[in-house]
Design a binder for this molecule. Structure first.
Ligand code: GTP
Length: 237
């Protein structure tokens, strides 16, 4: 089970996944653990693009205290902070990385240039796409879907707290049933909260499957990549 099923992937990490138990900010033990898992798949020759959310730093959208656009731009800046933390952690392990930002901030990181991103991937560098899509009203899930389409990633690995997609919330309903496979149409029709609908439709229209899995369990990134059936696969079935 050590042969990767995919050559180029997009890894979507939520901002919260970097916060560890503390639930806020950046917990470097947690980030380093994730980086080690990324290193494992880089060492297997897999090309890795990554999009990180920002919810561990800023959850402005639900605050109601400011307009949506401003809150979204603050969220985009939060993703840049997370991207730099992940970059630093990966580089301490000797993994080459590049951060590319959708909002130009040249002093901080290189701007997003698709062809450059692809060259970085071909050279074995992890490319961390920061600042979302650069636009308000779009989530980092949508950024992951968009960049995945652009760099021609074969799959999106969607790392979550739960180990897949359920028919109801497994934290509330102990009888919740986990799906092994789901179609995008079902996800959209049943309004299952895998990704937001913009991101889901983008993946459906561009035929990019998503594998939802739990990040908390060590070794899961490699398992998913090697085709172990541990989460829920969403695709055009
Ligand atoms: P290749 O030479 O094509 O393999 O790519 P490279 O990324 O090594 O080349 P480049 O000379 O573009 O980049 C060297 C370093 O500068 C890398 O760490 C890049 O991330 C960084 N870099 C490149 N462009 C920018 C930029 O616009 N802003 C910032 N802050 N860093 C940049």
């Amino acid at each position: 089970m050590n042969t990767p099923k995919y050559k180029r992937i997009m890894l979507k990490l939520s901002g919260e996944s970097l916060a560890g138990e503390q639930g806020f900010g950046i917990d470097f033990d947690t980030v380093n653990r994730i980086s080690k898992e990324i290193k494992e798949i880089i060492d297997m020759g897999v090309e890795v693009g990554a999009v990180v959310g920002g919810g561990n730093i800023w959850r402005g959208r639900s605050s109601g205290d400011m307009d949506r656009t401003t809150a979204d731009y603050m969220g985009m800046l939060a993703t840049c902070i997370n991207a730099m933390a992940l970059q630093s952690s990966l580089e301490q392990l000797g993994v080459m990385t590049r951060v590319q930002t959708a909002i130009e901030m040249k002093e901080v990181a290189e701007p997003y240039i698709r062809r450059k991103a692809v060259r970085h991937l071909e050279k074995g560098r992890v490319v961390i796409f920061a600042a979302g899509t650069g636009n308000p009203y779009f989530s980092t899930d949508t950024a992951a879907a968009l960049r995945a389409a652009e760099i021609e990633a074969e799959v999106i690995l969607l790392a979550k707290k739960v180990d897949g997609v359920y028919d109801s919330d497994p934290n509330i309903n102990s009888n919740a049933v986990k799906f092994d496979k789901l179609s995008f149409t079902e996800v959209l029709e049943k309004d299952l909260k895998v990704m937001d609908s913009t991101a889901s439709s983008l993946c459906r229209d561009n035929n990019i499957p998503i594998i939802v899995f739990a990040l908390d369990e060590p070794g899961n990134i490699k398992k998913v990549l090697c085709g172990e059936n541990i989460g829920t696969t969403v695709g055009n079935f």
